[in-house]
Design a protein around this ligand. Sequence first.
Ligand code: SF4
Ligand code: SF4
Length: 344
Amino acid sequence: MCAEIQGPAVLGYIYRGFSTLVGPDFGGKLEDTACTTCGKCIDVCPTGALLPKTKHYKPNPGYAAEHGTRCTECGLACHVTTRYAGDTLLQVLPGEENDYNGTDLCYRGRFAWQNTDMNYTAEHAEDLTIPQNTVMHLSPKMSNDMIDAALAFAREHHLDCVSTEVVPDPWDEFPGRHADMADIGRADTLVLAGKNNQVLKARARLAQLKGARLIVIDDPGDPYNRFADLLPASVKELQTHDIQGNTVFIYHRESCSRATRDAIRKKIGGMKNVKVWVNSDHLNTRGFLTHKIPHVDELKAEHVIVFGPVPERVSAEHVIRLPLRPFRIEGTVITDTGEKIRLD
Ligand code: SF4
Ligand code: SF4
């Protein structure tokens, strides 16, 4: 599982004969390996020796109610099953619908909900007194419905709305060539650029095991690079003969440099049989783009209203934080693949 599907090849057989164990090379510590904490080995462990250590979960799943939904931690919106006891989230597991992300989840999807700061200074915008010189910072982690409500509130109170979070991307102007999971599965060549999330990398690795060529650029130091069939230093080094057959370019909009993103657009502009997947750290980047919220590199203001945790590059004397809880987003979003989904 870890070597053949997930990629890091952290777990294998060590020692011999009756002493044989499954573990990291030379019996080392898991934290010293390239483990990505995806948790898939827990799912497939045949003896039950591996169990998730999550803050509310004790291994007694009989009391948990299950709910099929989507992960709201990035633009892939992977299928997940959440387990609750009352209102308390106990576990996030891969969803039942194996046609999309298979059984893959990344660390963020499976475990990061426990790290989130859930304390907010205000619960409802209607209860707020809005000082003068307040700017509202909107987030692509919000559903379209939440953005609409926030914009209506901002209009009523004459507030400017901006965002630092969505990086403008050259591919936003070219809808219609966006790839999906099925395109990755049938690709002859896959080109990955930037810090793509683990689920996409695992899918690309599966396609490679079925014969696709895997090219990785612009993510120096990633242990995943050792699986690459070709590791060019930049997009410019890619030759036309390197990109054969049905090709999917997968790049991460927040970590790829502007130069890389421009070079990809230039390289594939006139090519046929090429699709693109621009993935994002944010669930509703494409829905957010349709609202045309102005982008600013940095926001400094006297008073700022933000949703959820204060984003990097936002500073203010007084910050009002409104709820934006992981796995509790309600409303419609548009995922990185352009799929419109409803969360409840
Ligand atoms: S958590 Fe994922 S990467 Fe780490 S050992 Fe298990 S399967 Fe491998
Ligand atoms: S890839 Fe994105 S949507 Fe999928 S589990 Fe990870 S954070 Fe969630």
